[in-house]
Ligand binder design. Structure first.
Ligand code: C2E
Ligand code: MG
Ligand code: MG
Ligand code: MG
Length: 288
């Protein structure tokens, strides 16, 4: 019976869909192996306030031994769909916390926050709060320097449960930011209820912020909204000095983007951060 149902189901697939399905199945198999073979890695991108590096966003990287670099925009959705995001997300959390604990030993890096992207399925786990607490305990990372990036859509499924989890983690010091803000459908009343610390302006509004009146209006509205709710507002995807200056002039002084640095492996990120600090200290000395 199952067999005939399978055959009936298959009739609805056209060849291109079948190809897409088998590609998905193959990617799942590859990701499972990649986890075992430690092919995943974290890169770090600086978050800057005026002339200071204040934190890093951890971004997952996958170097496939044959297919080469596969972007997270491709494999994260597949991992989310298959459930593999649970072990993968846990690996990310531990790797990020271990890095945070290492930075704590270095005076030049000890103040940095670490932002970790959390996927919906990961956040919906009933023991998500315990899992985060465990990662902090095992690695010895400071909770006040761990920031979890949530996205709008995932917060609306069960608002009470979301708030409960956030409150429990905030009680131990964990920071919350809302990623890709402006692209989802969060209602402003939820935004007021959720115990958030930061809003991240999505890069789609930053790209043409000085040339598109609409994008400028949206970006400025998000800045005003965030500021009036007492949230820190950080702009993603800052690629030029002109974008940075426009944002600064309009009340947003936290920035992340290629203008400062691309995401890099830990050692390069650390070297970049030291050099940035040193050159800006020199600026201050010169201007005094
Ligand atoms: P996101 O969390 O919004 O991350 C920001 C993305 O923008 C990153 O892409 C980053 O490399 C890119 N970016 C940063 N600055 C610039 C810029 O100036 N210009 C442009 N064009 N892009 C910039 P990436 O690393 O490819 O990641 C894409 C998405 O994949 C992330 O978007 C996030 O949603 C997801 N992702 C990445 N790592 C993880 C992870 O560890 N866990 C989960 N659940 N999702 C992840
Ligand atoms: Mg993010
Ligand atoms: Mg984002
Ligand atoms: Mg994004």
């Amino acid at each position: 019976q199952a067999k005939s149902a399978g055959r009936d189901t298959l009739q609805f697939f056209d060849p291109s869909m079948q190809k897409a399905v088998s590609a998905r199945v193959e990617m799942e198999k590859d990701m499972r192996m990649a986890l075992e073979r430690h092919e995943f890695d974290l890169f770090f991108q600086p978050q800057v306030q005026h002339d200071k590096v204040i934190g890093a966003e951890a971004l997952l990287r996958w170097q496939h031994p044959i297919k080469g670099f596969i972007p997270p925009g491709v494999f994260v959705p597949a991992a989310e769909e298959s459930g593999l995001i649970l072990p993968l997300g846990e690996w990310v959390l531990y790797a990020a916390c271990r890095q945070l604990a290492r930075w704590a030993q270095d005076p030049a890096l000890a103040h940095l926050t670490m932002s970790v992207n959390v996927s919906p399925r990961q956040f919906y786990q009933p023991d998500f709060v315990d899992k985060v607490q465990q990662a902090l305990q095992v690695t010895g990372a400071t909770p006040d320097l761990l920031e979890l990036e949530l996205t709008e859509g995932m917060l609306l499924t069960d608002v009470e449960d979301t708030i409960r989890k956030m409150v429990q983690l905030k009680a131990i010091g964990v920071i919350f930011s809302l990623d890709d803000f402006g692209t989802g459908y969060s209602s402003l009343s939820y935004l007021k209820r959720l115990p958030l610390d930061k809003l991240k302006i999505d890069q789609s509004f930053v790209r043409e912020v000085e040339t598109s009146v609409n994008d400028a209006t949206i970006a400025c509205s998000i800045i005003a909204l965030g500021n009036s709710l007492g949230l820190q507002v950080i702009a993603e995807g800052v690629e030029t000095e002109a974008q940075r200056a426009f944002l600064a002039a309009n009340g947003c002084s936290y920035w992340q983007g290629f203008f400062f640095s691309r995401p890099q492996p830990a050692a390069k990120f650390e070297a970049w951060t030291r050099a940035y600090g040193a050159s800006h200290e020199a600026d201050t000395v010169l201007s005094n």
